[in-house]
Design a protein around this ligand. Structure first.
Ligand code: FEO
Length: 393
């Protein structure tokens, strides 16, 4: 059994084979649903449960830990990857009370049909004693739902942060043993679900800064025994700072847009700008989301299909708009056969990006010399804009 400290165990499930989260997000390295058991001298608490598909694993771990009586299940978050097993846990331990905030309580009633008399509600900062261990609840809204919260175990200085600081990473190591790998997985996780809420996350980072934390135990991925590693990474991601980078997202049907993108990417490289290029019919959207976290400029390349943008480009624009990266500049390049509203439709899909739209480049049919000149001018414009905001050395 994986043990964090004396009488603190990780009893959840490693999901090695998970490959898609929310039927949307690729999980190249699986994930885990962490559920922590804390045995106090008087009472026992389980912090979160697991996805319903892994209920048997959780129950087997509780049996292995000889949990005969459970006094509390702390519900940090109502989303089903952490609450899915709650009905079964409450069936097995009928005396257990679910401790959570009022908003999460209502969501658990709505999502899982948990009966009202199973709950006790806790306020921000309130404590609950397990005897020699004291749980203090910390409201952490919008990481990444409105009801999310954490628990600080005072005597052991452990912050159980739920999704906050998590990573989709299946690993047998309880603690982070390879920061580079965890950094990538945590950034992917941040990009996919936390990024739209970076202002609220900033406030939550300020809130936990006051606390003495030796361990951060999230609900996905390994446990952080060097908390400053993940806290510093989050501070960087939520800051307003962007890098001298361009993300180029493109799809091409008959090669015209591909030729433009190829020329344009070379032009950016020639100007000393870092480029990340993604082909949209084959892209791992997790990698794309990571690239969006701190990029200064996004350029979308699309042909005109059915008088509008290629559906792959529309999907990428919709996703980028939903993720709300701190991107400062956006442009569009592409091609058309006879006409259409590709440019207008794509631009209209990006209202959440508080970005300046730079002069796009469209070509009729194959790109020709004037189009390549226009692409060079767009690269010049991007370099000038990056200089303006002080990110070019
Ligand atoms: Fe891991 Fe928002 O659930």
């Amino acid at each position: 059994m994986r043990q964090l400290k004396a009488n603190i165990y990780e009893a959840g499930a490693i999901d090695w084979d998970a490959r898609l989260f929310d039927r949307l997000i690729p999980l190249p390295d699986g994930t885990s649903y962490n559920s922590y058991l804390i045995k106090g001298s008087e009472k026992t608490a389980l912090l979160d449960t697991v996805d319903s598909a892994k209920t048997e694993v959780l129950l087997a771990h509780l049996a292995e830990l000889e949990v005969v009586k459970l006094d509390y299940v702390i519900a940090h978050h109502a989303e089903q990857d952490h609450s899915g097993s709650l009905p079964d846990v409450l069936l097995l331990y009928p005396d257990a009370k679910v401790a959570t905030n009022p908003r999460c309580k209502q969501m658990l009633i709505d999502l899982l049909g948990i009966e009202e008399d199973k709950f006790i509600t806790v306020e921000d900062g309130e404590t609950l004693s397990l005897g020699d261990k004291t749980l203090q609840f910390v409201y952490l809204p919008w990481v990444h739902w409105p009801e999310t919260m954490g628990t600080y175990l005072k005597e052991d200085k452990v912050l159980f942060s739920c999704d906050f600081f998590g990573a989709h990473l299946a690993t047998s190591s309880l603690f982070v043993d390879d920061e580079a790998t965890v950094y990538e997985s945590a950034k992917r996780y941040y990009a996919e679900i936390m990024m739209p809420f970076r202002r609220q996350i900033n406030a939550n980072l300020a809130k936990i800064e006051q606390m003495k934390i030796e361990i951060i135990a999230p609900s996905h991925g390994p446990v952080h025994n060097r908390p400053e590693f993940i806290i510093d990474a989050y501070k960087d991601w939520v800051s307003d700072a962007v890098k001298n980078e361009v993300v180029v997202l493109y799809v091409s049907m008959h090669g015209s847009t591909a030729k433009m993108v190829s020329h344009f990417v070379e032009a950016l490289i020639d100007r000393g700008i870092t480029v990340k290029q993604f082909e949209l019919s084959t892209v791992d959207i997790g990698r794309l989301a990571i690239a969006l976290v701190d990029v200064a400029t996004v350029v979308i390349g699309s042909p005109t299909v059915l008088a509008g943008p290629h559906p792959c480009a529309a999907y990428a624009a919709f996703l980028a708009n939903a993720l709300r990266p701190k991107t400062k500049f956006v442009s569009i390049v592409g091609s058309f056969g006879w006409g259409g509203k590709m440019l207008e439709q794509l631009t209209a899909m990006l209202p959440n990006l508080k970005a300046e739209i730079l002069e796009p480049v469209l070509t009729k049919g194959e790109p020709k010399q004037p189009d390549f000149v226009a692409l060079d001018a767009l690269a010049d414009n991007i370099l000038a804009k990056h200089k303006e905001i002080g990110i070019v050395n």
